[in-house]
Design a protein around this ligand. Structure first.
Ligand code: NDP
Length: 434
């Protein structure tokens, strides 16, 4: 904490992982001698840079850009870029740290990284977004590459932004390579990448339910957020026979007890991805309740899929969920539950899938995009979806292997932390002090 002052979210993430790992490391002293835990919590490299750009009025704007190259023991740095006004060093270090374990869990050869900027895309024109991203890439390009560091999207960085970033990289390097994932279908992107995180999080929920001989069929499901992850979680839950009744954004949430069917989802996608509107407009359109400034966790449900942002479920929310009968939480977002909320879930022995396991589907398909780019071919929808599904099942199995308590309860937090750690730690040991 003294070494990284003010990096609250980073402290939180390291603390949570250390709690799982310390007992394991005590039993396996080779990791202790080599100080793997201390080394894994220190980024290999942090890049911070100025991003100046001209807005539509011709005024100069200045933002801050970051790339955290956290760990490359098992592959090139890999992780998304986030454009959001709340972005700071501590948040990106927490995300990069989580990414190391998550990427290891996918079974694919990817190290961990994360980056982004405090740039706020809300209310900006396409032209302004392009000018900003071009300026951002004009510095970032010298630090990344298809065998070095391969960024992707995250909050505020979708297909439009990846397109502008890729275009500028290509122009500066004069090469067409798989340096970014989440690319458009026509220029190197993978089918199923947009769907991957939401689908994967839903597959993970289904795998957890199977351990209790149950499924999503007929379940009432809360989803938070209304962006990329939330949208495809809604789609997959509905396909599997569940009913999603909530969505949110940073202004509030909607409750639609009839369920968000395919037609309503199509409206939402247009509202959020094309019109870039607010979730309140969904309530106006379909005549359901809108709760300004609130989060959806007070609504009765069986399953909750937090898909918005970090620390959006606190202890009070967790208690309300459990009291209302929720017994499955699968995290589409990164670290959406506070440590106190996680404690509530574990104490009540509900099925709780932490983000680094449950939302790994996105980066897994990014890994598959890298493979397709290297091979210069593209797989069909069915092929990629089948591989995604298999990877989520494998991650679930790893969690069960490392997370089963003596009483048979599967502690997915321990399972994901230890399961993700072992491969990276062994690679670090093999590679010596670097
Ligand atoms: P989007 O930008 O597409 O959507 C984010 C959603 O969360 C929006 O509805 C946004 O509302 C809401 N949100 C953002 N910040 C806040 C906040 N501070 N308070 C309340 N709501 C907020 O991002 P994604 O869907 O891609 O990402 C969502 C989460 O999933 C993030 O935690 C991300 O790190 C994680 N994730 C994403 C992956 C991916 O493949 N995209 C992969 C793995 C994890 P508003 O529009 O009002 O800001």
């Amino acid at each position: 904490i003294a070494k990284n002052p003010g990096e609250v979210e980073f402290h939180q993430a390291v603390h949570e992982v250390a709690e799982s790992l310390i007992p394991y490391i005590e039993e396996n002293p080779k990791y202790k001698v080599a100080k793997i835990l201390e080394r894994i919590a220190e980024p290999e490299r942090v890049i911070i840079f100025r991003v100046p750009w001209l807005d539509d009025k011709g005024e100069v704007q200045v933002n801050r850009g970051f790339r955290i190259e956290m760990n490359s023991a098992i592959g090139p740095y890999k992780g998304g870029l986030r454009f959001h006004p709340t972005v700071n060093l501590g948040i990106l270090k927490f995300l990069a740290f989580e990414q190391v374990f998550k990427n290891s869990l996918t079974t694919l050869p990817m190290g961990g990284g994360k980056g982004g900027s405090d740039f706020d895309p809300k209310g900006k024109s396409d032209n302004e977004v392009m000018k900003f991203t071009q300026s951002f890439m004009s510095e970032l390009f010298r630090h990344i590459g298809p065998d070095t560091d391969v960024p992707a999207g995250d909050i505020g960085v979708g297909g439009r932004e990846i397109g502008f970033l890729f275009g500028q990289y290509k122009r500066l390097r004069n090469e067409f390579t798989g340096v970014l994932t989440g690319k458009g279908r026509e220029w190197g992107g993978s089918l199923i990448r947009p769907e991957a995180t939401g689908y994967g999080c839903t597959y993970f929920a289904e795998e957890m339910l199977k351990t209790r001989n149950d499924s999503l069929k007929g379940k009432t499901v809360l989803v938070s957020g209304s962006g990329n992850v939330a949208q495809f979680a809604v789609q997959k839950v509905t396909q599997l026979g569940g009913k999603v009744v909530t969505l949110s954004d940073s202004s509030g949430f909607i409750h639609d007890p009839k369920g968000i069917d395919a037609e309503k989802l199509a409206y939402l996608m247009n509202l959020k991805n094309v019109k870039r509107g607010r979730i309140k407009e969904y309530a106006d359109k379909f005549g359901c309740e809108y709760y300004e400034g609130k989060r959806p966790w007070s609504i009765k449900c069986d399953v909750a899929l937090p898909c918005a942002t970090q620390n959006e479920v606190n202890a009070e929310d967790a208690m309300a969920l459990v009291a209302n009968g929720c017994f499955v939480v699968s995290e589409g977002a990164n670290m959406p539950s506070t440590p106190e909320a996680v404690e509530v879930f574990l104490k009540n022995k509900i099925l709780y899938g932490p983000g680094k396991a449950a939302n790994a589907g996105g980066v897994a398909v990014s890994g598959l995009e890298m493979t397709q780019n290297s091979m210069r071919l593209s797989w069909s929808r069915e092929e990629v979806d089948a591989k995604l599904h298999q990877i989520m099942c494998d991650i679930h199995e790893t969690c069960v292997k490392f997370g089963k308590d003596a009483d048979g309860y599967i502690n997915y937090v321990n399972g994901a932390n230890i399961g993700g750690f072992v491969k990276v730690a062994d690679a670090m040991l093999a590679q010596g002090l670097v």
